[in-house]
Design a protein around this ligand. Structure first.
Ligand SMILES: Cc1cc2nc3c(=O)[nH]c(=O)nc-3n(C[C@H](O)[C@H](O)[C@H](O)COP(=O)(O)OP(=O)(O)OC[C@H]3O[C@@H](n4cnc5c(N)ncnc54)[C@H](O)[C@@H]3O)c2cc1C
Length: 241
């Protein structure tokens, strides 16, 4: 089960990259650029948590990594599966009418995207599994927060978000009702922390500004100004990999 849950996440992170990160999509035109960048950082945001959990799976003898996996797998599966239909849809729209015809892969990606949140544990089941893990052993939360804290100090919005998460976690009232929101915040803050730890300031700043700072992420293409857009485009260009 852990392997298949991880695969759901990895699969969703890797497959749409073919389209969403293409420089052809991320045109220099401002709005298209903002939307393309947003689809790109949506993938970038998902990469770290999927790959971090893959690394933990590679170390079965390490207790710390095992504790991290305990909530990392349900959090990662929950969040990545929830984001994928929207991401696939936006990638399709970037290609206009071509995106929707069967000759292009985007139509199939869009049609298949919701399946991942249904099988191998649906969204609610994953969110409730996170609560179960947290309530069974305090070591699980301790390991998660230790990993999270490694990204602190470099970005005030991330620091604020982690403080808010900790206060939400300390409040156990109505926990099942709040399970999805907690899973969201566990995922968002960990992804931001891992991006900060990875050292690519352009991607980390764009992600944190759009997801954790005051701005919202109701739609693709609503990034704040003054981000290092060129650096993100260059990083997402498969021809430069
Ligand atoms: C394409 C595909 C391939 C599949 N392949 C396999 C396979 O190879 N082998 C296999 O064994 N199964 C397979 N399945 C079955 C899959 O694992 C189940 O569909 C999945 O576990 C959901 O169960 P269910 O369909 O009975 O829905 P339900 O469990 O009835 O879930 C319906 C809804 O209720 C919610 N829900 C359920 N329980 C709770 C709860 N306790 N608290 C809160 N909310 C809850 C869920 O989140 C969901 O939204 C496959 C499914 C699909 C779609």
């Amino acid at each position: 089960m852990p392997i298949t849950r991880k695969n759901d996440g990895i699969h969703l992170v890797l497959i749409p990259r073919r389209r969403a990160n293409s420089k052809d999509i991320v045109a220099s035109w401002g709005l298209m650029s903002s939307r393309g960048i947003f689809t790109s950082i949506t993938r970038k945001e998902d990469d770290p948590i999927a790959l971090r959990m893959a690394r933990a799976l590679d170390r079965p003898g390490d207790d710390r990594e095992r504790l991290l996996l305990r909530i990392g797998l349900p959090v990662g599966k929950y969040w990545i599966c929830k984001r994928s239909p929207q991401h696939a849809y936006e990638a399709m729209e970037c290609l206009g009418g071509n995106g929707v015809i069967e000759d292009f892969i985007t139509a199939r990606l869009y049609r298949d995207a919701p399946i991942n949140a249904i099988w191998e544990g649906s969204g609610n089941v994953q969110a409730l599994d996170v609560l179960r893990a947290l309530s069974k052993s305090p070591d699980v939360l301790e390991a998660w927060l230790a990993e999270l804290d490694k990204g602190l100090g470099g970005n005030a919005a991330l620091d604020d978000a982690v403080a808010r998460l900790k206060s939400e976690l300390a409040d156990t009232e109505d926990a099942p009702y709040r399970a999805r929101e907690l899973a969201d915040w566990l995922a968002l803050t960990m992804q931001a922390s891992l991006l900060v730890q990875a050292g690519n300031a352009a991607v980390a700043d764009a992600f944190i500004a759009s997801r954790l700072a005051t701005r919202n992420d109701r739609n693709y293409g609503s990034l704040p100004r003054r981000l290092d857009i060129d650096a993100i485009i260059a990083r997402g260009d498969p021809r430069q990999a």
